[in-house]
Write a protein that binds this ligand. Sequence first.
Ligand SMILES: Cc1cc2nc3c(=O)[nH]c(=O)nc-3n(C[C@H](O)[C@H](O)[C@H](O)COP(=O)(O)OP(=O)(O)OC[C@H]3O[C@@H](n4cnc5c(N)ncnc54)[C@H](O)[C@@H]3O)c2cc1C
Length: 499
Amino acid sequence: MKKTDVLIVGTGLAGLFTALNLDESINVVIISKTKIQLSNSVLAQGGIACEYNDDQQLHQAHINDTLKAGSMLNDPESVEFLVEKAHESVKKLISFGVQFDIGDDNLFLVTKEGGHSSRRIFHSGGDATGKNVTGSLIIQLMQKKNIEFMEETMALNLLVDDKEVIGMSCLDRHEQIFPIYAKKVVLATGGIGSVYNSTTNDLLATGDGIGIAYRQDVHISHMEFVQFHPTAFYNENNHSRQRFLITEALRGEGAYLVNVENERFMKKYSPELMELAPRDIVSQAIFKEMYDTWTDHVFLDTRHLDPKYLQSRFPTVFNHLKENGVILGVDLIPVAPCEHFLCGGIDTDLRGRTSLKSLYAVGETANTGVHGANRLASNSLLECLVFAMAASGDIYKNLKDSKPMKEMSIASNDVYNYNYKPIRKKIGDYMDEHVSIVREQSGLQLTIEVIEKILINLEKYPNQTKNYYETLNLASTAYLITKQALERVKSIGCHYRIN
Ligand SMILES: Cc1cc2nc3c(=O)[nH]c(=O)nc-3n(C[C@H](O)[C@H](O)[C@H](O)COP(=O)(O)OP(=O)(O)OC[C@H]3O[C@@H](n4cnc5c(N)ncnc54)[C@H](O)[C@@H]3O)c2cc1C
């Protein structure tokens, strides 16, 4: 058993930045179900969208781009908040030792990605933004006496007393259940990639925050808006469900898309923005091209760009492709869309508060209203920063109003050996087939029936293992995506219905 002021679940950018912004008088326990350094945040290549200035016209343009990419289904107040707080949050990152790339003129180098009307993406180490940012924050946090990291500790269920969260039941590395009591709990559990059979996410992204919140009837919405990244590396020899991402910033620097017939097809779908149209449009265009040409990939063409520049600007991508026999700037790069980001999630207000008292959600697991029906590129790291800062401020202000610490009994379940792989595969197969880029009513209906049966069975035979809880969370997440996709009859943003 453990007691603390604040429990943060997750060591991605959202969790780390929440912890770092909390006053040092507050005791914080921050848990990760694997190693501290493993998260989707670490994988982020492109960067962080930010107008690093007070120019209201430029701020308004960032707001407009975000709303346009989200098909105006965003919450305008959240979007304004995101953009207005961007400067302050990136400045804070810099004060914590993060080094963004700087040009010969000593000015920040900023790039462009899909849906942005100007160059405003900050990056670090070329395409190693996530690794550099989280690395710097972890170093800072390790020096703080009020912060305790617990690795290989998995959050299972919220402990709730009289409609207020008082802690979390957790599994330790030996799969022993124990409680962590806290005045405030922050879910920063990230994305849902493993719900699908192919994703750019680290496979630890099993929608745990969504599953945990769902079991307590916390409000969750916009789950139907799953973003598929247009350019994951297509490699027949890769048998992992995790696919290597080729950053959109490469298109920002001039790469374009061609189909297997060497046609630059984006002119048919978005003649003005071409390859830099928002992701929903580009992924849907690629899907159509693959269908029409009977293939499962298109190509990213960088052959007209300088290979030396590409190597220095995109070292991570360059090296990965080289290891797989493809040279950036010389060869065509086979790519195809796959699951990348959850635009919706656990509903929060501007301070990260959920519908359940003393429970906060930040980062990709949260639905702050910022993304609407489709996320604008590089707005998600920014969302982690801005809403982590806001949540930590609110926690500080309201810590004294929390219930006095109280212990409660925690039921422990049987532990038995069971292989959940086939269930996970079945969930992935149905989600890929019916709840992917293009959806139709009959497929959604079929999927929800299958997932409902899986959920009933899982609930009937609880098993106190990490594997069981991950599978339960995957099934709950798949259920919510499909249910909300069924409820939204009209196509909008990443949710494309043909009937
Ligand atoms: C390949 C890739 C590239 C990307 N590039 C960009 C980019 O350039 N710009 C941008 O804005 N966005 C980018 N994104 C999206 C962005 O990285 C993520 O949305 C963001 O990092 C999410 O941060 P997070 O802190 O919410 O979650 P994560 O970084 O995923 O962290 C989640 C944490 O929660 C922990 N966790 C989960 N469940 C539990 C549990 N039950 N118990 C304990 N711990 C748990 C995990 O171990 C992990 O520590 C990219 C995503 C990917 C996959």
